[in-house]
Design a protein around this ligand. Structure first.
Ligand SMILES: [Zn+2]
Length: 245
């Protein structure tokens, strides 16, 4: 399904999916994507919530010429995206947001434990950006975040939020949603008793069995059906559905 959608459509869907998965923070949080080898980045514009993004709310930034940066529609933290793309040619999509559990973990010294299948997606660990709690508005700050991310899938931004990267939009969304679930489960487990993490060799075995392109494709189609039940699809006027009431 995702293969038939334009990058712009994918970004709009990703915003809606992240909204139903707990990433909504009024108009904050953004998703971007770029095609392999391209310098044009499709990114959610400033001023709309993730849950109300339409196709027209996805705007362009040019990594090569810098066009788009000065637009009043551009998020202040667009450099988070552009500097990760510059540092990681393997990355095709970036999510930045302030989801409650991951943002809370980013305000602690606690680490993500391998407690659930969700956490297994991050078996190689998650990165931390601890240099400041500021908004990331300057290219130098974006570069520091990209350096902190390194080869990881996700980086916790101290006292701020998360950045999750993926080879494409569906994998970035999977990472963003799964990170939040993994941390939420850790938070619940910690209140129940002593933690019993998955041994690393079990996680190594589980990972390739579970996290495949096929699963991500399946999830993407399911997420879209879910968004359709709760709202209208990007490009259509939002309207109430029976499921909403
Ligand atoms: Zn932010």
């Amino acid at each position: 399904m995702i293969a038939t959608q334009s990058l712009r459509e994918q970004v709009a869907w990703a915003c809606r999916i992240l909204a139903v998965e707990g990433y909504t923070d009024l108009t904050l949080g953004h998703v971007s994507a770029r095609a392999a080898g391209e310098s044009v980045v499709q990114i959610k514009r400033r001023g709309v919530g993730l849950d109300e993004v339409e196709l027209d709310d996805v705007v362009q930034l040019d990594l090569a010429g810098g066009a788009g940066f000065d637009s009043p529609e551009m998020h202040l933290e667009a450099v988070l995206h552009t500097e990760v793309y510059r540092a990681r040619p393997d990355i095709g999509a970036v999510v930045h947001g302030h989801p409650p559990y991951a943002t809370a973990l980013a305000a602690t010294e606690a680490r993500l434990e391998l407690l659930t299948h969700y956490a297994v997606l991050f078996k190689d660990g998650i990165a931390r950006y601890n240099e400041s709690a500021d908004l990331i508005t300057e290219p130098e700050q974006g570069q520091a975040v990209a350096r902190a991310l390194g080869s990881h899938r996700a980086v916790l931004l101290r006292n701020h939020g998360v950045l999750v990267a993926g080879k494409d939009v569906a994998w970035a969304v999977l990472g963003a949603v799964t990170l939040e679930r993994a941390i939420a489960m850790q938070s619940v487990a910690g209140s129940l008793g002593r933690l019993r993490p998955i041994p690393p060799d079990w996680a190594e075995r589980l990972y390739p069995e579970k996290y495949t392109d096929r699963l991500v494709e399946e999830y993407w189609a399911s997420w879209i059906r879910r968004v359709q039940r709760f709202s209208a699809r990007p490009g259509n006027a939002p309207g109430a559905s029976e499921e909403r009431t």
